[in-house]
Design a protein around this ligand. Structure first.
Ligand code: IPM
Ligand code: MG
Length: 381
């Protein structure tokens, strides 16, 4: 009856987590801080090269704040796959300590080891960081202006099947059970983020996505709590969808541009945001914000392109997605004007004007040249 013990441990852990969530209601106020520390985490492969470019552009945009000491940058090495694998940890202790000394983080891609590869069986650094820093809201914007599409996904980032993804139980040789967790406070905080975002950004509609007709307890709770929070935002129209039909409606030309803000439990959010990013040009074009009440981490969601590094081509890597992540970071800590400038410069330099083009090869520009062009464009504003 070993599995009964396993169930007991899981329930005890989750009840303790629930208590922690109930007590964690205060959000950080960046304005009240003497110094906002921005951590720059290179990650793996092309990560250090492209985050260095975003760092350079942010240093320029915030140069007055750096001078007065209101903002400080901190480069954090050591979140590489080599170091993580040699320490056998998703985030080595000393690296986590450095990360925790920052307020917000810009992160390059980190390789997620797969079963059977040379890195051994370590947990994804992304998932570990979301847990360690309690980054509960994964905000993923997708824009396709020519189709009138402007979606913002609020994916819950700490619960659902991810909460206990590696704590499933083999009951016997032929039966395995995994666990899905949804809590009231965990749902309330993601719903509130989504509705506040809608209210502050002139959005008129929020769509809740679940499979509550089948997964009655957990999705049922998620839907119920989101609807409860919605009552505090009477000016916003609310609808709810099942994940299967929502997946279809995202490709329906008559319906897709009517969606604005979407709230989803973790796994549905994981899947739907990849589909959505693909319409925009692939996951490589999407930035992602991971927001908690004490910390926030911003990242590009593409891979680390180890082959580019092996072939010595990292200087030709495209830094624009990690700069899109920097746009979100600047806005999050209250530097909206700088954020808007960078967003406009990226639109000009990588979409409309494109005087300098990155190809990933020596026939294209280097990431340094693209950053020069972005900085010049910002200077002209
Ligand atoms: C994402 C990724 C991660 C996830 C992986 C890398 C663990 O797919 O950020 O969407 O499943 O959440
Ligand atoms: Mg994903």
């Amino acid at each position: 009856m070993d599995y009964m013990k396993a169930f007991e441990t899981i329930v005890t852990q989750q009840l303790a987590r629930l208590e922690r969530l109930k007590n964690d209601t205060k959000a950080i106020d960046y304005k009240a801080l003497d110094t906002i520390v921005i951590g720059i985490i290179g990650g793996d492969g092309i990560g250090p090269a492209i985050t260095a470019q975003a760092h350079r552009v942010m240093e320029e945009l915030l140069k007055d704040e750096v001078k007065t000491g209101k903002v400080e940058f901190k480069v954090i090495d050591g979140l590489t796959i080599e170091n993580r694998a040699s320490k056998g940890k998703a985030i080595p202790d000393d690296v986590l300590e450095e990360i925790k000394s920052c307020h917000v983080l810009l992160k390059g891609p980190t390789t997620t080891p797969r079963k059977g590869d040379k890195w051994g069986n370590i947990e994804s650094a992304n998932v570990a960081m979301r847990k360690a820093l309690d980054l509960f809201a994964n905000v993923r914007p997708v824009k396709i202006p020519e189709d009138g599409i402007d979606w913002t996904f609020f994916r819950e980032n700490t619960e659902c099947l991810y909460a206990m993804g590696s704590q499933g139980v083999d009951i016997c040789d032929e039966l395995a059970i995994d666990f899905r967790v949804i809590t009231d406070p965990g749902t309330e905080r993601i719903a509130r983020q989504a509705f506040e975002y809608a209210r502050n950004n002139g959005k008129t509609r929020v769509s809740i996505v679940t499979k509550a007709n089948i997964v009655k307890k957990t999705d049922g709770k998620f839907l119920e709590v989101c609807k409860r929070v919605a009552q505090e935002y009477p000016e916003i129209e609310v609808d709810d969808w099942y994940i299967d039909i929502m997946t279809a409606k995202l490709i329906d030309p008559k319906r897709r541009n009517q969606f604005q803000v979407l709230i989803l439990p973790n796994l549905y959010g994981d899947i739907l945001t990849d589909e959505a990013a693909e319409f925009q040009g692939g996951v490589g074009t999407a930035g992602s914000a991971n927001i908690g009440s004490r910390y926030a981490m911003f990242e590009a969601i593409h891979g680390s392109a180890p082959r580019m590094v092996e072939e010595g081509r990292e200087k030709y890597a495209d830094p624009s997605s990690v700069m899109r992540a920097a746009v979100m970071l600047l806005s999050h800590i209250g530097y909206q004007e700088q954020s808007d400038k960078l967003a406009r410069a990226l639109d000009i330099c990588t979409v409309t004007e494109q005087k300098v083009k990155i190809t990933g090869n020596s026939d294209g520009a280097t990431s340094d040249q693209l950053s020069d062009y972005i900085l010049e464009t910002i200077q002209e504003m």
